[in-house]
Design a binder for this molecule. Structure first.
Ligand code: PMP
Ligand code: GLN
Length: 382
């Protein structure tokens, strides 16, 4: 966990947000919305605090929230996890990911991720002592090459991590890709850890949970989070679900990371998960409009915009502007034009970083006028 100069690493999100704040830049870097989620959920959390629900929740999560997670999975996907043994509540998806990786993998094991990969996977695989192997997702649509995917597996592969919809690319994997991952996980007897925090933030294709695919359920741990779905990223309420033996293993680690997670927020998120279908579809439609505004603006600014089917994010290629170092550019942009973005190479090992060296990731979960303003500022780079 050291940076390139040997100093202790600070995450790219922290680094770019600090730069954005220093320069008063429009922050299209770190993925957090600039408007709060449903006011009624805020009131439920406030009432829970006022009514004295301020002590430790049970380690595996409040029973009502575990029940709500189970109901949500049944309502949207027809899955029926047992809230007692097959679901735990975590401190954000981040802790679910950490607990799963640290409990199930270690030295001598390999963990396969797609590349680019969300930063915490690399850090946690590193802490576990396992070897991190990757399978490339190639621009413009960021799909893996199914003909060579098996090359990433070996008899040592203990876990394969899927992230769908995918951060940082905005890709959504079709059933053929997900089924091939499941087939190979079965063949090599690997656990599938699937990070589906953007399950409701999709702009066309329907989200397909890995756990619904034939043969997947008894080796799949699914991670999700309230942060993205309900626009409360600071509440840090996430969850992990899957077969009892894998959830129990993750829980063993979880209890020594944080023991339990914010009690009043759990009450509110239980209500959130029970909201009408229209809440979920409206949130996705609002975000889709923001995606369209930003992609139009980026295109007008002379950037080559890559497709985004879900998440908060869209990628743009700066090569057309003669730029080959997106990481250097991302560090200069806040001071230069008052816009912050995340460089895609930071989500890669060295080969992948070369492939993605001119790509920037922009977050569009921001007010529409800010997206337009940011695009206007980027146009001055031409
Ligand atoms: N996984 C992915 C793919 C993410 O983008 C994020 C960031 N929201 C997380 C996990 C972490 O989620 P949380 O804030 O709930 O810990
Ligand atoms: N998930 C957020 C992103 O991808 C960042 C969360 C964090 O700062 N760790 O931008």
């Amino acid at each position: 966990l050291l940076g390139p100069d040997g100093s202790l690493a600070v995450t790219i999100f922290e680094e770019i947000t600090t730069l954005a704040n220093r320069h008063g830049a429009i922050n299209l870097g770190q993925g957090f919305p600039d408007e709060d989620g449903p006011a009624e959920l805020g009131r439920i959390a406030q009432d829970a605090i006022a009514n004295g629900n301020n002590q430790y929740a049970p380690g595996k999560g409040m029973p009502d929230l575990r029940a709500a997670v189970a109901e949500h999975q049944e309502r949207f996907y027809g899955l029926t996890p047992d809230p007692e043994t097959e679901i735990i509540i975590t401190t954000g998806a981040t802790e679910a990911i950490a607990s799963a990786i640290l409990s199930l993998t270690g030295p001598g094991d390999e963990v396969l991720t797609f590349e680019p990969f969300y930063d915490s996977y690399g850090a946690m695989i590193g802490l576990s002592g396992a070897k991190h192997t990757t399978a490339a997702l190639l621009a413009p649509d960021f799909m893996p090459d199914l003909a060579t995917l098996e090359d990433g597996f070996s008899p040592r592969t203990k876990m394969v991590i899927v992230n769908n919809p995918h951060n940082p690319t905005g890709a959504m994997f079709p059933v053929e890709v997900l089924s091939e991952v499941v087939r190979l996980a079965i063949k090599y007897d690997a656990v599938i850890l699937t990070d589906e925090v953007y399950e409701h933030l999709t702009f066309g294709p329907r989200h397909i949970p890995v756990a619904t695919l034939p043969g997947a359920a008894d080796r799949t741990l699914t991670v999700s989070s309230a942060g993205k779905t309900f626009s409360f990223t600071g509440w840090k309420i996430g969850w992990l679900s899957g077969p009892a033996r894998l959830v129990a293993a993750a829980r063993t680690v979880k209890q020594f990371l944080t023991y339990s997670s914010g009690t009043p927020f759990q009450t509110a998120i239980a209500a959130g998960l029970r909201m009408d279908e229209s809440f979920f579809t409206d949130a996705a439609a609002t975000l889709r409009r923001k995606r369209d505004i930003l992609s139009e603006g980026l295109r007008a600014a002379g950037l080559d915009v890559l497709p985004s089917q879900g998440t908060y994010f869209i990628n743009a290629d700066t090569a057309g502007l003669g730029i080959t170092d997106a990481t250097g550019l991302a560090r200069r942009l806040p001071g230069l034009i008052g816009v912050a973005a995340i460089p895609v190479p930071v989500f890669c090992h060295p080969d992948g970083a070369r492939r993605t060296r001119s790509l920037l990731r922009f977050a569009f979960c921001k007010k529409e006028e800010l997206l337009e303003q940011a695009a206007g500022r980027l146009a001055t780079l031409k």
